[in-house]
Design a protein around this ligand. Structure first.
Ligand SMILES: [Mg+2]
Length: 231
């Protein structure tokens, strides 16, 4: 139980930690495969899309709008430029539906965040498109529970150092909670803070990272977090 002693501030990731997100991308990708089933086999299409997304991350950053542009670019490529405009229109509509999809909190999140908000300083640290993330936070009903909200373009050690410094948080008393080993765990351990991993049932290929052998704890659900903190 010593892992979570003397924690003052807890950082929460947003997507797939507080609310469902990757499931929405995964559903859209299924629709994308169906739309282009005449032009590409599903596995080849997935591979091509991931390549395009990775190449575009440095141009668009993370988020739905960049994802839609990558869908369009992939569709153009795999059809040798012959994809009909109505299919491109369908991809644009997929993106709009994602952006307007209701925010669905994960099981236990509302109760746990409320219970912890009186005892710890809570920060929400999420990456992605500013407009979309702000909108999701507003619609989540959780905004009031957090002392600070940080929407960042990348979650690396420098970003975490900067965020903690801005909020006057000592890494020694900071715990990050998130679903991505690559974004929520490894960079946090690197700056001398602690981390708890709560896996989501789907992980985007780009976020896959080899888990370090130790240095952090994993729990099955948000409902297990209060017990780790001695509550
Ligand atoms: Mg996440």
């Amino acid at each position: 139980m010593t892992h979570c002693n003397n924690i003052v501030t807890i950082g929460f990731d947003g997507d797939d930690t507080l609310w469902h997100n990757e499931s929405l991308f995964s559903l859209t990708q299924e629709r994308f495969r169906a739309l282009l089933s005449q032009s590409a086999d599903p596995a080849a299409l997935d591979r091509r899309l991931l390549e395009v997304e990775r190449a575009n991350l440095g141009v668009y950053g993370y988020g739905i709008k960049g994802f839609v542009l990558s869908l369009i670019e992939t569709a153009i490529t795999v059809t040798d430029g012959r994809v009909p405009a109505r299919d491109l229109q369908a991809l644009i509509e997929f993106g709009k539906a994602m952006l307007q999809h209701p925010v669905e909190l994960l099981d236990g999140v509302a109760e746990v965040v409320e219970a912890l908000s009186g005892r710890f300083r809570l920060l929400l640290i999420t990456k992605g498109d500013l407009f979309d993330q702000e909108s999701k936070i507003a619609r989540s009903g959780l905004a009031e529970r957090f002392h600070g909200v940080e929407i960042v373009s990348e979650k690396d050690p420098a970003t975490y150092r900067r965020v903690l410094e801005r909020h006057g948080v000592d890494p020694a008393g900071f715990l990050m909670v998130g679903n991505s080993v690559r974004s929520d765990i490894l960079p946090v351990l690197e700056i001398g803070a602690r981390a708890v991993h709560i896996p989501y049932h789907i992980t985007w290929a780009h976020e896959l990272a080899e888990a370090p052998a130790d240095g952090y704890l994993g729990i099955g659900t948000m409902r297990d977090l209060p017990r780790l903190l001695g509550l």
